[in-house]
Design a protein around this ligand. Structure first.
Ligand SMILES: [Zn+2]
Length: 365
């Protein structure tokens, strides 16, 4: 289905899989490389790499290998690459660079859609890249790519959201996922940038200076409803990197517990796609598996704090695995504002990177 400007306004699930996942067409317009000028699109956008001096820093890929951020890219046609730059990245970079308060103001006064669409774009690009990355770094163990293990059907909806500004699709407001905008703690002994996601649970987190966004893409806000009362008393200030990763794990865990899933579909109104959702009035949930939470937290939190854990490292990791530990609150139930601060009282020793940081994982009551 093509519009008056020749743009493909709908890519079916089958075509998404054939042309984009298994083929080499542009992930946005769907055009093939033959006869079109192609380039590479940065997965983490170039303005983020510049803002946080990441060009030469390395990203840890899903298979454990590392690659400079500047080389972490997916193919895209030149026209779409500049369109993404002007229509998506430029406005988002302006909002993010103004800081946490400006992001909140924009969301409240304008709309959360550009940010939500941008998160979908980052997630899609990250996982399209996995088509080229070997699952095992040891070729003797097989040459399958990471993406060979993905279920691409749910990714089709994410692809439709990413393309919405290009196709002019109308969006049902109820298909917005859970989006948390959170203030972050910044210290010279940890990075000002972080990105992590759980592909299977369609849950992701990006930390950009003083603002972090944690997002569930496919839950129609169910995770937000499930967790808001649990989180509210535990969020009492700027969050440390490990606290944000814990929130990412808890969102992924809650999303996994939703039994009655929203269903997304595209219909057409006056020649334009209309993307909508059907979901029950009340989401049914499973009680949640603490061991899954433990696994998610171990995967995302432990690498950040491992070097800093003191003598009780084994106990902390065991506690995290059990799913009953948190970095968010102190034993008296208050928000822990000492997370990832140096244990030493002399904060100006100039040696903070090597001094142990307060590891505040503790058993939940
Ligand atoms: Zn294109």
């Amino acid at each position: 289905m093509v519009d008056e400007k020749g743009r493909l306004i709908y890519v079916s699930g089958e075509r998404f899989r054939r042309d984009i996942v298994e083929g080499n067409c542009c992930f946005l317009c769907g055009n093939a490389p033959s006869g079109n000028e192609f380039t590479d699109e940065h997965i983490i956008p170039d303005w983020v790499l510049r803002e946080f001096s990441l060009h030469e820093r390395k990203v840890t890929l899903s298979n454990g290998a590392t690659l400079p951020y500047s080389q972490d890219r997916v193919p895209c046609c030149t026209a779409c690459n500049s369109l993404l730059g002007q229509s998506v990245e430029q406005p988002i970079s302006q909002i993010i660079k103004e800081g946490y308060a400006a992001v909140i103001e924009f969301i409240q006064k304008e709309t959360p859609w550009p940010l939500f669409a941008w998160m979908n774009l980052l997630f899609l690009k990250t996982h399209l890249k996995d088509r080229t990355l070997r699952y095992s770094l040891d070729a003797r163990q097989g040459t399958e790519k990471i993406a060979d293990f993905y279920d691409w059907s749910p990714m089709h909806h994410i692809h439709c959201i990413v393309r919405a500004y290009y196709t002019g699709a109308k969006l049902d407001p109820r298909l917005m996922g859970s989006v948390f905008i959170l203030p972050t703690k910044n210290r010279e002994w940890f990075e000002r940038f972080d990105y992590a996601d759980f592909s299977h649970h369609k849950t992701m987190m990006i930390r950009l200076g003083e603002t972090a966004v944690v997002c569930v893409l496919d839950d129609a806000c169910a995770t937000y409803s499930l967790l808001k009362d649990w989180f509210a008393p535990k969020l009492g200030g700027a969050l440390s990197p490990v606290q944000l990763r814990e929130i990412l794990a808890r969102f992924a865990h809650a999303n996994a517990a939703i039994r009655t899933r929203p269903e997304f579909h595209t219909t057409f109104e006056a020649g334009r796609p209309y993307i909508s959702v059907t979901h029950p009035d009340q989401f049914e949930t499973d009680p949640g598996d603490p061991l899954l939470l433990g696994k998610l937290m171990e995967h995302t939190c432990v690498p950040l704090v491992k070097g800093y854990l003191a003598k009780n490292e084994d106990e902390v990791i065991k506690g995290i695995r059990s799913g009953g530990w948190t970095f968010l609150i102190t034993p008296d139930g208050k928000f822990d504002d000492r997370s990832m601060e140096p244990l030493s009282s002399n904060r100006n020793s100039g040696n903070q990177q090597s001094s142990p940081l307060s590891n505040t994982a503790r058993r939940l009551g």
